[in-house]
Each structure stands twice: as C-alpha cells, then as structure tokens.
Design a protein. Sequence first.
Length: 154
Amino acid sequence: MPTFVYMSHCDGCGHCVDICPSDIMHIDTTYRRAFNIEPNMCWECYSCVKACPQNAIDVRGYADFAPLGHSVRVRREEDKGTVSWKIKFRNGEEKNFVSPIRTTKWGSIKSSAEYDRPEASRFSSQELAHEPDLLNIDGGLPVLDPKRLKPGAV
Ligand code: SF4
Ligand code: SF4
C-alpha cells in the first residue's frame, strides 16, 4: 500500500525525503510540503511513516481489500516506540495493530559525529569504530572457549 502525505499536516522538514530508499518523497517547490511523486514505485517500507514527526504520512489501502469508504490510518508514537495501524473495512469492521519499531528510547542513538574521533592507531585494528564500547559488553570482544567445542566436530 503506497504512501501519501497530508500536506496540511506536513511542515516540510524533509525527513521523509532523506530516508526514502526509492527517492520518491519530494518537497513541492511551491508549497514547501512533501508529496509522493510516484506511488507505483513505493517499496511500502514505511520508513517515511516512522520518520515523520508530524504524523503527516498515511497509506492508501489496496482496492482488493479496502474499496469504497475504507480507511487506513497509521500513526507513529514516539513515547511508546510503536507504529499503530487502524484499518476500517467498508462494512464498518475495524482492525487495529500495534508494532514495536525500536528497542531504545527515541533520540537516544547518537550519530557517529557525536563520538570522539578515533586514534590513528585504531585504523589497523579489526574492531569497527567505537568497538567494543558500543557493543555494551564488558572488556574485549567475546572469544571462543575451546573447552566448549565438541571433540571431533568440524
Ligand atoms: Fe519511500 Fe518507503 Fe515511504 Fe514508499 S514507504 S515513500 S518507499 S520511504
Ligand atoms: Fe512533511 Fe512528515 Fe515528510 Fe517532514 S517527514 S516533510 S513533516 S511528510
């Protein structure tokens, strides 16, 4: 189900433009609001829905399940870390789904620019930047204990 933007809710921040893997979220040059330029090319990944701070992005229900009088509402809720879906069928039946979208608090992940620049000597290490600190493990990387291997196993 491809997305569309309620321009009256959009403030033109551009987060959906930045995150869309199909590059189909664009900012209208006259109204400075986002719109989906090619719904047929939408991956239906809903990254834009999750990224939109204004809850301005919604989805079109496919005609085979939701014609005439249907509605599909999707809402990102930062404080709960969820995306909620409310689907209303044309016979009035409603279905509600709530999906967790993250395991850490919204805004708690620092960008790489916020960390100290690695020492030059770290470039010859096999560890990635800021490992092992950001792996949330005490000490170094886990190592295989040979005593836990089954003898003869390959
Ligand atoms: Fe782009 Fe995914 Fe949003 Fe479609 S659902 S407009 S592909 S970010
Ligand atoms: Fe508009 Fe939401 Fe896109 Fe920002 S993320 S430009 S508010 S639709």
